[in-house]
Design a protein around this ligand. Structure first.
Ligand SMILES: Cc1ncc(COP(=O)(O)O)c(C=O)c1O
Length: 394
């Protein structure tokens, strides 16, 4: 490698290290081969919300599916569609009460491709300031005018919709349902009223709510009884489903339009059959998992109440994703490390994932844990952190 390039990369890494923003890859707690104290470990660092990543019924169905072959070796429109792909999409459309569904290899690819297929350079996207990176990147790729409204601020949303519809014919409103780094909820009813008032299309990213919310796990829009008013819903297979990939559901015409225009669908190899089989198996379990959802909601409520009563700032979380605001990058890393040494695994979330000065611990709860486990976590937190958020060892 040319020395100038290496020096430049090294300088960028140094700058990140100086600000405690450097990232490095290590084997995650959930994926260590030998876990000596597995029964004493509490892993709140993944998105395995229902604990399905170790579900043996799903594993068996994945294993059985290899009789259908390994990879599909082609994109969906060029030889990479099996009956299982079609069956899964039909089941998912039915699950969400929509006409049609399209699957993708990841949520990132779905957001990138679908959003940039829906709008172009003469259009506008109106997007919550805390929307996921894939939505921000989709807005850039689309070349549409990007209006970002203050997080969950309906007045600011209305003023941005007003400005956007005055200048652009097609306006797309995009929001997460449960926000991935804050755990707070989008006010869907108000947003639907506004999107109707301004004639916008509403795209809702339910990555963190499908499986977890709704009577059968259909998501937050279904729980609030407004799924029919959302034009396009995105969900990922990598979180509560505990497999990998994603899908969108919508009406038939919109999905046909995407089949013809969505570049991350058209120009990418389709998901392997074992992956599709895993998603199908997981979907069936999710539908039947009311008890797991109830457990998760119960422990999440317990944890939120206990953290608030201790004086921690949990950033308006109203879900199973619970941040503890720390602010400082190095303190966040230090608390995460100390918790890990005590068998409690959480993520330290730093910029650019979250705004500068708002580094936090992110606890993503899972139905496999109960209130006793949460007590253990709270005891460790008590030993390490003093509210509002001073690290005791700092
Ligand atoms: C809100 C949101 N949308 C989309 C994605 C991307 O999904 P995937 O991990 O399947 O690429 C994520 C992933 O973390 C997410 O949090």
């Amino acid at each position: 490698m040319n020395q100038n390039w290496l020096s430049w990369f090294e300088r960028q890494l140094e700058i990140a290290r100086e600000k405690d923003l450097n990232r490095s890859i290590e084997i995650s707690p959930a994926h260590r081969l030998s876990r000596l104290n597995k029964e004493r470990e509490i892993d709140l660092s993944t998105n395995d919300y229902l604990g399905l990543s170790s579900n043996s019924a799903i594993s068996s169905l994945i294993a059985a599916s290899v009789t259908h072959g390994n990879g599909t070796t082609a994109a969906r429109l060029a030889g990479g569609t099996s009956k299982l792909h079609m069956d899964l999409e039909a089941e998912l459309a039915k699950f969400h009460g929509k006409q049609a569904c399209l699957t993708f290899s990841s949520g990132y690819l779905a957001n990138l491709g679908v959003i940039s297929a829906l709008i172009g350079k003469d259009d506008a996207i109106v997007s919550d300031k805390l929307n996921h990176a894939s939505i921000i990147d989709a807005a850039l790729l689309s070349r549409a005018k990007h209006y970002r409204y203050r997080h969950l601020d309906m007045e600011d949303l209305e003023s941005k919709l007003d400005a956007a519809t005055r200048r652009h014919k097609k306006v797309l409103l995009v929001s997460e349902a449960i926000f991935s780094m804050n755990g707070d909820l989008a006010p869907l009813r108000e947003m639907i009223n506004l999107k109707n008032k301004y004639g916008a299309l509403f795209y809702l990213d339910e990555a963190h709510s499908v499986g977890v919310r709704g009577l059968h796990g259909e998501g937050l829009a279904a729980e609030m009884g407004v799924a029919k008013d959302i034009d396009i819903i995105l969900a990922t297979f990598g979180k509560a489903y505990a497999i990998a990939g994603s899908y969108i559901v919508s009406d038939e015409i919109t999905v046909s339009h995407l089949v013809n225009t969505c570049r991350t669908f058209i120009f990418s190899t389709s998901m392997p059959i074992y992956n599709i089989a895993g998603c199908m198996a997981s979907l069936e379990i999710i539908k039947e998992s009311s008890q797991l959802r109830a457990n998760l909601n119960e422990t999440s409520k317990y944890m939120r109440q206990n953290l608030i009563s201790r004086g921690f700032d949990i950033m308006n979380s109203d879900s199973h994703i619970i941040p503890i605001l720390i602010g400082d990058n190095s303190q966040s890393l230090a608390v995460k490390k100390s918790l890990g040494e005590n068998g409690v695994f959480v993520n330290a979330i730093r910029p650019p994932t979250v705004p500068t000065g708002s580094a936090r611990l992110r606890l993503s709860l899972s139905a496999q844990y109960d209130n006793d486990d949460m007590e253990t976590v709270l005891q460790h937190i008590d030993n390490l952190l003093k509210p509002p958020t001073t690290f005791r060892n700092a």
